[in-house]
Design a protein around this ligand. Structure first.
Ligand SMILES: [Mg+2]
Length: 248
């Protein structure tokens, strides 16, 4: 094949494999990278908003949802760097929503318990996650999960998803006190006592994973399930974790 043609997919795979070969750590974002966070949190939220709207004919489900979304937007704008627990954040959001409709706080404990129960019921790993993590571990490499979120919730998520045993280190914004876009990746490198060229990192967000990791010199792989090709470059993008398993 003439060398002026764009690299074939197998070429691209060889390049990624060669780069990954030189890394002793593989990092992962957690939410919507290793598991279906959005689906689980949507199910938990939907359940709770219905509980709030139930029995109040003058309060529409849509109005409750709009008010809750506003509380969520305000409460998570700092990317969980203020050290509160997941229950504190949820309490704040539900409390603000109940207050807005003058409903009192009688339902609050029930909402917090229900949210956690429905969230856990809906936790689902991304296709290929476990066998990928296993393949990485059996290749002798170590795994770090780097995630924005409350430390307690992310520890529970790893446990409830059944993947704690594969994770050598869990780094949360909440524990380190900085967001991904304001220095978390550098703090993690310091914590692990490694340099940027010793790790590759996989995440689903260009803005919050790929851009800040790349800015620290980390080889970053974008997970984009909407992409039709298995693997594209610049930035390296895979459409499933299954693709990565064949490259580690
Ligand atoms: Mg994510």
């Amino acid at each position: 094949m003439p060398s002026s043609l764009p690299s074939t997919s197998s070429n691209a795979e060889d390049q990624v494999r060669a780069t990954l070969d030189t890394r002793s750590w593989i990092g992962f974002d957690l939410d919507d990278t290793l598991h279906e966070f959005r689906k689980a949190s949507c199910a938990a939220t939907a359940h709770c908003l219905t509980l709030i709207a139930q029995g109040h004919l003058n309060i529409s489900r849509e109005a409750v949802q709009a008010r809750y979304q506003e509380a969520l937007r305000q409460g998570t704008s700092n990317a969980f760097v203020d050290g509160k627990t997941s229950h504190d954040y949820r309490r704040d959001r539900f409390s603000a929503t109940l207050d807005h409709f003058g409903l009192g706080q009688g339902l609050i404990d029930d909402l917090i318990t229900s949210y956690e129960r429905v969230l856990v019921q809906n936790l689902t790993l991304k296709p290929g996650a476990v066998s990928l993590l296993r393949a990485i571990k059996s290749s002798g490499r170590r795994i770090v999960v780097i995630t924005e979120g409350p430390q307690d919730a992310q520890e529970r998520a790893l446990r409830d998803l059944g993947i704690s045993e594969y994770v050598d280190f869990l780094a949360t914004t909440n524990h380190f006190g900085v967001s991904k876009t304001s220095g978390l990746f550098l703090k993690v490198l310091d914590q692990l006592a490694i340099q940027a060229h010793e790790i590759a990192y996989v995440g689903d967000s260009i803005e919050r994973d790929i851009a800040p990791a790349t800015a620290e010199g980390i080889y970053a792989i974008h997970l984009d399930e909407k992409q039709s090709s298995r693997l594209t470059q610049e930035p390296v993008t895979i459409n499933s974790l299954v693709v990565l398993e064949s490259l580690v």
